[in-house]
Design a protein around this ligand. Structure first.
Ligand code: NAD
Ligand code: MG
Length: 396
């Protein structure tokens, strides 16, 4: 039996992970689940999957959960806060940790799992964007393995030979191509984007996801974060990472080789495929996802991304090129701007403005240690908040 901890189990990725796990009861056992405030979701998951630990980041939610589980499941240990997340990430019976918390909040528990030598199934791209250098150094130092869950990176992983960490030239790779659906506003003119609402941004044409990543997909920041993620995961310089808009979301990404070959991974847009792949790797097993019917799809389309209407993609490329603390600042400002957009405090088109201004204003001192990075993250959030306050006279 393989023990699995799921960080962020009540979210979109968490729920899909439990769906795949439940299809293989002889193979997997859930050792720990974590969430932030969704007590009801966690209560149901606990009763169904019987973890040893259930941790809520929010202490009041942990208390509530403990009261609700006391009768039906006294054997489940309910924990709270950073300590609870850490215990879930490092449990002795855990072999693999699904890192599926959204945002920079996922970094510390994921690092704890790396240090405990767990196999990391990485969905939480923000932790790599924020702290790529430290993250990968810890992975190497602790001999941990990271299996990408993000569908693009999982696709690339499937198209690369096992020794990809040596560098692209060693394995004959010319470029990595990340596909992007283009999001719900792919055809929207600049003027219309100004009045885009959170509901419209969260109505993704192909994928059902959490609200933050849905907005990121609409701004194309999701693809920008994924460029940075690919840079760290595959040791790929940014100029060898290309983004291609592919509205059908059938090809999940490609690798172009020196000899002219392009390898791609295809599948229905359902996160249970990359989740099942990473869980079972190097083997394969069922995920619950239907096979593609190519004649039904009939046609696949491709176009170049428009960074004039979607400047977030350009900002992300610039941040990884600048290096140092720039990606952490980009990520922090984006998290603040997206939250403000979801609360109707700013316009959709102000998201890149806030990020660009925060990047320009935040002193990007040296990042020698992880605590330097956390300090820069806090400063960037502060600048982004200030910027929003100066602009939040706007309402729908
Ligand atoms: P979601 O919002 O649906 O779920 C987030 C989970 O994290 C929830 O369980 C929530 O309780 C928990 N959480 C939120 N804030 C927290 C905090 N401060 N401390 C502790 N826990 C907290 O998000 P999602 O769509 O499942 O995405 C999760 C991660 O996976 C993100 O980093 C996202 O970019 C990545 N990802 C998601 C998809 C997808 O299809 N949903 C695809 C690729 C990558
Ligand atoms: Mg993705």
């Amino acid at each position: 039996m393989i023990g699995i901890s799921i960080l962020g189990s009540t979210g979109s990725i968490g729920v899909s992970t439990l769906d795949v796990i439940a299809r293989h009861p002889q193979r997997y056992r859930v050792t720990a689940l974590t969430a932030n405030t969704d007590v009801e979701g966690m209560r149901r998951q606990c009763l169904q999957h019987q973890p040893q630990i259930a941790a809520m980041a929010d202490p009041a939610s942990a208390e509530k959960l403990a009261r609700q589980l006391k009768q039906p499941a006294p054997h489940i240990q309910v924990m709270a806060g950073a300590e609870g997340l850490q215990a879930a990430a490092t449990h002795t019976d855990t072999d693999s940790v699904m890192a599926a918390i959204v945002g920079a909040a996922g970094l510390s528990p994921t690092l704890a799992a790396i240090r405990a030598g767990k196999r990391i199934l990485l969905a939480n791209k923000e932790s790599l964007v924020m702290a790529g250098q430290f993250f990968m150094a810890e992975v190497e130092r602790c001999h941990a393995t990271v299996s990408p869950i993000d569908s693009e990176h999982n696709a690339i992983f499937q198209c690369l030979p096992p020794n990809y960490a040596d560098g692209l030239d060693h394995i004959g790779v010319e470029r990595i191509l990340l596909t992007a659906s283009g999001g719900p506003f792919r055809h929207w003119p600049m003027e219309k984007l100004q009045s885009a609402t959170p509901e419209q941004a969260c109505a993704h044409p192909n994928w059902v996801m959490g609200r933050k990543i849905s907005v990121d997909s609409a701004t194309l920041m999701n693809k920008g974060l994924e460029v940075i993620e690919a840079h760290w995961l595959f040791n790929a310089p940014p100029e060898r990472i290309e983004v291609v808009v592919h509205p059908e979301s059938i090809i999940h990404s490609l690798v172009a080789y020196h000899d002219g070959s392009m390898l791609a991974q295809l599948g229905n847009p359902d996160m249970r495929t990359p989740i099942a792949h990473a869980l079972a790797w190097p083997e394969r097993h069922h995920s619950g996802v239907n096979m593609l019917d190519l004649p039904t799809i009939a046609q696949l389309n491709f176009e170049r991304p428009d960074t004039r209407r979607f400047p977030c993609l350009r900002l992300a490329f610039e941040a990884i090129q600048a290096g140092g603390s720039a990606p952490a600042i980009l990520n922090a400002a984006n998290e603040i701007a997206v939250a403000a957009f979801l609360e109707n405090k700013i316009r959709f088109t102000q998201i890149p403005e806030i990020i660009e201004n925060t990047l320009a204003q935040t002193p990007s001192g040296g990042v020698e240690t992880l605590s330097d990075l956390f300090a820069i993250d806090r400063t960037a959030r502060h600048y982004a908040q200030r910027h929003i306050k100066a602009h939040n006279s706007w309402t729908y």
